[in-house]
Design a protein around this ligand. Structure first.
Ligand code: COA
Ligand code: AMP
Length: 640
């Protein structure tokens, strides 16, 4: 007999519309949809076409009306400022209505874009929800990006208003945001009409007369705004994510499908109930923050935690355990790198023993491959199921997961378990043929994607098709490679493009190569993601200098590191570059980045049959060795 997961999954694929129509009953609609799935214009699919709703109403007002007004909605826990502040649903609704009024007063209306460049403060969450309240489209930009990256997003989203703060606090460092914002606006062609700046006590930002407003002052005089009804298919937000060229892609999220999917996942994947405390230890600048700090927990009537701190150093590796016990967290969601950071400082888990963690029911990990060592360490430490699940900015929720609220399946370390309901996952070879279990290929999802996934890229339908839908017609290309085992468990092995995951942050090596190539002394370069015990992967640059350049290499490398930091941002964690005489290439001139990576990782590698000059690889190996990288475990001269 098929298990519960099996039957729910099968229904989600065989009776898509019935399945999601039922899930949609959990959302309050101003007007019911005409069609659950509008498939009249493939490959563009729209969920709940004709429906009208307001996401903010569903996240806040409805809970107040249904009796949750006094329940904590948001707990702001900030060890870096020594603050803990709780907002009930009632208070959060009123605050958000006020922020919406403030935005309206500066001209923000339905469909306008608002960029939010803010640290992990409650006002950031309020501004996101305030945009949703007005039907305006928010685009949150992660604080660790540099001015140029912010400028690219400003030019693409063309915001009417930018909301920012005077500073962010990263562990012990205070980072002034305003100079970055001013520089970005200077660099951008599209200029916002107004900037609203939250002045934090740590740094006072200089305001530009006529353009900048003080958040607190603007808020004070605002008239609270009501929820504006929008179409289910209208955009709720744009979230930029690394693409293959260094130009970020504006992933669009709609209102209706997103609200339905978010709420559904809380019970069925995470197994939490309204009223439970749910904590995603991520950042609102990433998709995990959008989905699981802000929208899903609030849509489900949970208490969500906004944590402005790190897993270690704020003040110690017991920080997560303190938050879990102090606030009664039932489910924690973070990236494996956070656990590796804790494990490195407290390998025996001594800090965990100081806190009562008995309320914790499960730990979910995502954002990068979860190595079995980290999984086992976390399982042993916490004594709860540790669930690896796999997803992307594009999907907003898990493509593969162990759905604890449907039926917990046996855990296989190294696998994020099976496809989540709604995702018809297949493994294809390059010619588009389905592969047998155990064979590695491109992981794709048969269209249509379930609700919540991107309907398109911002003002770029063509880019949506060329990036995701054209390689295998009828399928969404995840750009992850991997395989499925005999039991249908998925194994995510590698990206098929130039994306790397550094501490769970998604970055493009192509973008870094663009920066390195821009240096006047660099003739050519390659950036590869090299395995790192803490961050999973870190970027390492290999550069060939122009003939005749005689400056000290260390000086040039220092400039390259600084260039990536100031053009992409500190989040790129680009700290290593090596000057080499030549780069290994195929006879047709393609740089053999994969082979460089395997050598740097210390993995087994084979001499590529198409290599132009094999001796170059010895030079690369020697150069890496001088930096302390181990020699590869083995090296076959046999050409493959
Ligand atoms: N604003 C400004 N700068 C930021 C920033 C932000 N919001 N976030 C990160 N940075 C900076 C950091 O200060 C650091 O700068 P540095 O080079 O001057 O030290 C740099 O960007 C790299 O940051 P990070 O990769 O986070 O490294 P870290 O050494 O500061 O911390 C971890 C390492 C593992 C503790 C940290 O990455 C972490 O907590 N990860 C948790 C996982 C997570 O949040 N994943 C997101 C998806 S779920
Ligand atoms: P992002 O868009 O930042 O969420 O990054 C998405 C990418 O991160 C995926 O395409 C994968 O390459 C990787 N990723 C996310 N979760 C996992 C996981 N559980 N296992 C392996 N890789 C993952």
């Amino acid at each position: 007999m098929a298990g519960k997961y099996e039957s729910v999954y099968r229904r989600s694929i065989e009776d898509r519309e019935g399945f999601w129509a039922e899930a949609a009953e959990a959302i309050c609609w101003d007007r019911k949809w005409d069609r659950v799935l509008d498939d009249s214009n493939p490959p563009f699919y729209r969920w709940f076409a004709g429906g009208m709703l307001n996401t903010c109403y569903n996240a806040l007002d409805r809970h107040v009306e249904e009796g949750r007004g006094t329940q904590p909605a948001l707990i702001y826990d900030s060890p870096v400022t020594g603050t803990t502040r709780t907002y009930t649903y009632h208070q959060l609704r009123d605050n958000v209505a006020q922020v919406a009024g403030m935005l309206r007063a500066v001209g923000v209306e339905k469909g306008d874009r608002v960029i939010i460049y803010m640290p992990m403060v409650p006002e950031a969450v309020m501004t996101m929800l305030a945009c949703a309240r007005l039907g305006a489209v928010h685009s949150v930009v992660f604080g660790g990006f540099a001015a140029r990256e912010l400028a690219t997003r400003i030019d693409d989203a063309k915001p009417r208003v930018i909301v920012s703060a005077s500073c962010g606090i990263e562990g012990k460092k205070v980072i002034a945001y305003k100079p970055l914002l001013d520089e970005a606006i200077e660099l951008a062609a599209a200029r916002p009409e107004k900037c609203i700046i939250l002045q934090r006590p740590q740094v006072k930002a200089e305001l530009v007369a006529g353009r900048d407003l003080d958040f607190a002052a603007a808020l004070e005089g605002a008239t609270p705004a009501d929820c504006v009804s929008v179409a289910a298919t209208d955009p709720l937000y744009i979230l930029y994510t690394s693409g293959t060229t260094g130009v970020p892609k504006g992933v669009v999220r709609d209102h209706g499908g997103h609200a339905v999917a978010m709420k559904w996942t809380m019970k069925h994947i995470y197994n939490v109930e309204p009223g439970d405390v749910y904590w995603a230890a991520s950042d609102i600048g990433w998709v995990v923050g959008h989905s699981y700090i802000v929208y899903a927990p609030l849509l489900h009537g949970c208490t969500t935690i906004l944590y402005e701190g790190k897993p270690v150093g704020t003040p110690d590796p017991g920080a997560f355990w303190r938050v879990i016990s102090q606030h009664g967290v039932k489910v924690l969601f973070t990236a494996p790198t956070a656990f590796r950071a804790i494990k490195r400082e407290d390998p025996n888990g001594q800090y965990a023993k100081k806190y009562d963690l008995s309320g914790l029911r499960a730990l979910f990990l995502a954002g990068e491959r979860c190595d079995p060592d980290t999984l086992h360490w976390a399982e042993k430490l916490l004594g709860v199921p540790v669930i690896d699940h796999w997803w992307q900015t594009e999907t907003a929720w898990a493509i593969a997961a162990n759905c604890l609220g449907i039926e917990p399946l046996p855990i296989k370390p190294g696998s994020p378990t099976r496809a989540a309901p709604g995702y018809d996952v297949r493994i294809l070879d390059d010619a588009g043929h389905e592969l047998a279990p155990g064979q590695i290929g491109s992981i794709v999802v048969k269209l249509p994607l379930p609700p919540g996934c991107l309907p398109t890229l911002w003002e770029n339908d063509e880019g949506f098709v060329s990036s995701y839908l054209s390689e295998f017609p009828g399928f969404y290309t995840t750009a992850d490679a991997g395989y499925q085992d005999e039991d249908g468990y998925l194994y995510i092995m590698a990206r098929t493009d130039d994306i790397i995951n550094v501490a769970g942050h998604r970055l493009s090596t192509g973008g870094m190569e663009e920066v390195l190539s821009g240096h006047p002394d660099v003739a050519e370069c390659a950036v590869v993601g090299v395995a790192d015990a803490l961050k999973g992967e870190i970027p390492v640059g290999f550069v060939v200098l122009k003939a005749g350049v005689e400056r000290p290499h260390a000086e040039i490398i220092g400039e390259l590191i600084q260039a990536v930091r100031s053009k992409i941002g500190p989040v790129a964690a680009f700290k290593t570059a090596i000057v080499v005489d030549r780069l290994p290439k195929t006879r047709s001139g393609k740089i053999l980045r994969g082979t460089i990576k395997r050598i740097a990782d210390g993995s087994e590698w084979r001499m590529p049959a198409t290599i132009d000059d094999p001796t170059i690889l010895d030079e690369i190996t020697d150069a890496l060795e001088t930096l302390g990288y181990p020699r590869p475990r083995s090296h076959s001269d046999q050409r493959s």
